[in-house]
Design a binder for this molecule. Structure first.
Ligand code: URA
Length: 445
């Protein structure tokens, strides 16, 4: 099929045939579609959308553009996890060892930070020596021996997504439900999991700003996974405020270790427990949510999950001593305390602006390939709901390059709102799209 006919069809709002979608994905993978043709079709999809069937075909074609990992030699149900991305979202780094300590096998291929959102791989690379680029053989061996492994997507997994994502990033075509859903699920279906727990972020710091859009994305992801024979469920969680108190790379690893030692921030710990509970259930390591939650809490309280993290770091070439001494993580040379200008209560802390401030300090990248300062970041000393006195430190900015500070401070200042009265903290988990339908925890979703 000619590229121009496929582009015209979508431009005019037609649904694409399976043949057209296969032709597009084949052309992207073998390079026979020019970037300008691919970009034109991507923009047409952003503007005209895709129905559920087209989205499922697109996902399938992208997933089949590369290798599917076979983990059948490892006994048990393999449960993957994926987040659509947020600020301070370090859940995977805690959750993989927690679930593995409960007997779940967790194959996990992660991404890098882009824009204001952080990436699991960058965070892990702040651990001295840590390798994220393992071969598929190393990945499989580690899953059999340790039960979890956190690596980068190999070149053979969904190469069509790699090519498409690079173009979407520079053509304003990231924010599209069918494109996000097919991108996420093409990789997840190739990863070798039999079940998936997804975390669809919603709010100022997420791709999906509105609950209705997050819910639609969650439904689409669950439907694609289930149709492909992978038991899939998705939580919709709030990303108006950064998760936890650390935003950056090394500072987030230190916070992960805190959670595994039992004194991490309440929001992060609660999310790890909820998602971990469902991973344990889907792996059939417990008969009920209550039993699964008890296992997750025990893995945290006994130190078993912390030991898994130590093992994971060791197997991936990192310095396992960071678990006992986070002081071995890279530390920024300079610090700036942003002080409260008035007394009252923190009522908002904009995740988007905090994410941008962290990038301004060097903790993230503006465009693919930029170097990241692994020790730069922000420690949030006050979060919404907490009282503050004028002169208190609201947040601590850690950095190495003084020329970066002013831009970061300007963003951070705008992010925090202090008012006379505290406002009730909204729920962290907004909804859950599961096999038997949906449970919405917040009215109006
Ligand atoms: N994460 C992905 O992997 N793809 C997207 O399109 C958005 C978030």
């Amino acid at each position: 099929m000619r590229a121009v006919d496929i582009i015209r069809a979508k431009r005019d709002g037609d649904a694409l045939s399976r043949e057209a979608i296969d032709s597009f994905v084949g052309g992207v993978t073998d390079g026979s579609w020019a970037d300008y043709q691919t970009s034109a079709l991507l923009m047409a999809i952003v503007l005209k959308g895709m129905n559920a069937v087209e989205t499922a075909w697109l996902t399938d074609a992208m997933s089949r553009s590369g290798e599917h990992v076979n983990l059948d030699h490892i006994p048990g149900i393999k449960v993957g996890k994926h987040s659509t991305g947020g600020v301070g979202d370090k859940v995977s780094i805690v959750l993989a060892p927690v679930a593995a300590a409960c007997g779940v096998v967790v194959p996990k291929m992660s991404g890098r930070g882009l824009g204001h959102t952080g990436g699991t791989l960058d965070k892990l690379e702040s651990i001295p020596g840590f390798r994220v680029a393992l071969s598929l053989d190393e990945f499989k061996t580690m899953l059999a021996e340790v039960g979890c492994c956190l690596i980068s997507q190999t070149a053979t997994i969904a190469p069509a997504d790699k090519a498409l994502y690079a173009l979407r990033d520079v053509t304003g075509t990231v924010e599209s439900l069918p494109l996000i859903a097919s991108s996420v699920m093409s990789k997840k279906l190739a990863e070798g999991s039999n079940a998936l727990v997804l975390d669809v972020k919603c709010g100022r710091g997420a791709f999906m700003k509105r609950p209705a859009d997050a819910r639609a994305l969650a439904r689409s992801l669950v439907s694609i996974g289930t149709t492909a024979g992978v038991r899939t469920e998705a939580f919709i969680t709030r990303m108006d405020v950064p998760l936890g108190r650390a935003v950056g790379n090394a500072v987030e690893i230190a916070e992960c270790i805190e959670v595994l030692k039992g004194h991490g921030p309440a929001d992060l710990t609660a999310l790890v427990i909820r998602l971990g509970t469902r991973m344990v259930c889907l792996a059939e390591k417990a008969r009920s949510d209550d039993e699964a939650e008890a296992k997750v809490r025990a893995a945290l309280a006994s130190g078993a999950a912390l030991e898994k993290l130590r093992l994971l770091i060791k197997w991936q070439g990192g310095d396992p001593a960071v678990v006992d001494d986070p002081g071995r993580l890279p530390a920024a040379a300079l610090g700036y305390h942003l002080k409260a200008e008035r007394s009252g209560y923190v009522t908002a802390l904009d995740a988007l602006l905090i994410g941008r401030a962290a990038v301004a300090l060097g903790a993230g990248r503006d465009k693919k390939g930029d170097a990241v300062d692994l020790s730069a970041g922000i420690l949030l000393r006050k979060k919404p709901g907490e009282p503050v006195t004028a002169g208190d430190t609201l947040m601590e900015l850690r950095y190495n390059d003084p020329s970066r500070l002013d831009a970061a401070v300007a963003l951070a200042k705008q992010a925090a709102v202090i008012e006379d009265q505290a406002v009730p903290e909204p729920a962290l988990i907004l909804g859950w799209v599961h096999e038997n339908g949906e449970t919405m925890f917040v009215a109006g979703m």
